[in-house]
Design a protein around this ligand. Structure first.
Ligand SMILES: *Cc1c(COP(=O)(O)O)cnc(C)c1O
Length: 448
């Protein structure tokens, strides 16, 4: 499988894109295409014809292996891929029925850092380990609004030839998120940026454009622009469907299935669309955002207008210019109408998010984190206009990651899982950084 830059669609010339395609090694290690675009598979591979029928009997590792083979099978042997997949996923997504009107929650927080980012980050760490030439080193540079930083740092912790530098916005991540990023030490450096997540992302992008810097400090991006994360995130949509087959006699061929995805940088949703294009029978997606609603606005008006992000209680989705929008456009040939056939965009405000957290707990004794609450809320409002038989929403983080907000909103104590509690006791090791590129460059050079 070859990989192409999303920027080629702008010229409309897919032949040109073919000739400019790169290998998966280049796509994973290089992160961003040289024209500034994001990598996408050059074609959508074909699923084995009996895959969906077998899905109900496959473990997560089994289905991840088969799907990985479609994308990576020509580059990595089956035995090696098996090892990569097993090392990446020692945990599984869990589908639970929430209400008897066909609403299910897909829990994606059973990994080591309690957020769905573990799926993408761990798969990426394994692929980087596999592709990085012996004797060479790289610095994984990552901007985070909270969960990416901890997942990526944890996934690469102790790696001999990879240093991880995490930029996070000062005062805008939860206390537990901050502990998870700043207490690891070893090959992990945490930079506390005096600015917003958008500032962090801007600084990281500037570093990737700086050829001179990269000559001295080779860089790899672990933000959701990295292709490896995208591929891994498509796996759990298949798992959800497999679990649905096990839990119910449905879905049959005419069951309508909606999937609500709480979205910030839109990597998660893009992976879902990829799963649908591979043939997974999802009828439509609900792109659920907080008040950072540039994509729902685009779906409504056809105009994409990035804005500075605003802070909300679902802080991992406070993104004003989602980087994966380029991939969504690519998948829909830059057509808003085609995109709108598959994706319903809905923005949920703070009040509604809080009400949903309370309602969900009082009605079903299920504690949501604020991101999952945005998704459930959007799924429920989508139902007033768009029919579906079964609806799944993604619960992207464990409520304990957002303990302050959850406890003050729901009024019930949250049990903190032990793997989270231990990092609270450790010393924090963050380096403060001004939100300007020269400061970052100096810092990166001094680490080498
Ligand atoms: C990152 C994150 C999101 C948003 O995912 P995107 O792929 O950036 O759209 C949602 N919820 C949680 C808990 C996250 O960490």
């Amino acid at each position: 499988m070859r990989y192409v830059s999303t920027n080629y669609t702008d010229s409309g010339d897919r032949d040109l894109a073919e000739s400019a395609s790169v290998s998966v090694t280049a796509a994973v290690l290089g992160s961003l295409a040289s024209d500034g675009g994001l990598y996408m598979p050059a074609e959508i591979p074909k699923l084995p014809s009996d895959f969906l029928q077998r899905l109900g009997n496959l473990s997560f590792v089994d289905l991840a292996l088969e799907l990985s083979q479609l994308f990576l099978g020509a580059d990595i042997s089956t035995g090696q891929l098996q090892q990569i997949v097993e090392a990446s996923f020692p945990f599984e997504p869990a589908l639970r029925q929430l209400s008897d009107d066909g609403v299910y929650v897909l829990e994606l927080f059973h990994g080591p850092t309690l957020a769905f980012k573990d799926f993408g980050a761990r798969f990426m760490a394994q692929l980087v380990g596999h592709f990085l030439p012996t004797e060479s080193c790289t610095t994984v540079l990552v901007a985070t609004s909270g969960d990416t930083g901890s997942a990526v740092a944890n996934a690469f912790l102790g790696h001999k030839r990879v240093r991880v530098v995490v930029l996070y916005p000062k005062g805008q991540v939860s206390k537990l998120q901050e502990c998870q990023i700043t207490t690891l030490g070893q090959n992990i450096t945490a930079l506390e940026v005096e600015g917003s997540f958008d500032d962090c992302q801007r600084l990281v992008k500037a570093a990737f454009r700086d050829r001179e810097l990269q000559h001295r400090v080779p860089l790899t991006s672990a933000n959701s622009i990295n292709l490896a994360r995208l591929l891994a995130q498509s796996f759990y949509y298949f798992s959800a469907y497999g679990q649905l087959l096990r839990l119910t006699r449905e879905p049959s061929s005419n069951t309508t299935l909606a999937v609500a995805v709480p979205s910030g940088n839109f990597g998660n949703l893009t992976a879902g669309v990829l799963a649908k294009k591979l043939g997974l029978p999802i009828s439509f997606f609900v792109a659920a955002t907080n008040s950072n609603d540039v994509v729902p606005q685009y779906l409504k008006t056809g105009v994409y207008e990035p804005r500075p992000s605003v802070a909300t209680i679902s802080n991992s989705m406070d993104v004003g210019d989602p980087s994966n929008f380029a991939r969504l456009k690519f998948l829909y040939n830059s057509s808003r109408d085609l995109m709108a056939q598959d994706i319903v965009g809905l923005s949920v405000d703070e009040q509604e998010t809080a009400n949903t957290m309370r309602h969900c707990y009082s009605q079903w004794q299920y504690m949501l984190d604020p991101h999952g609450a945005v998704a459930l809320s959007a799924l429920r409002s989508a139902r007033s206009k768009h029919h579906f038989d079964l609806g799944i929403f993604l619960e992207t983080a464990h409520p304990a990651k957002f303990v302050e907000v959850v406890e003050s909103t729901v009024g019930t104590p949250v049990t903190i899982p032990e793997r989270l509690a231990i990092c609270l006791a450790k010393p924090r090791l963050a380096i403060p950084l001004k939100a300007n590129y020269e400061a970052l460059k100096k810092q990166l050079l001094s680490l080498n």
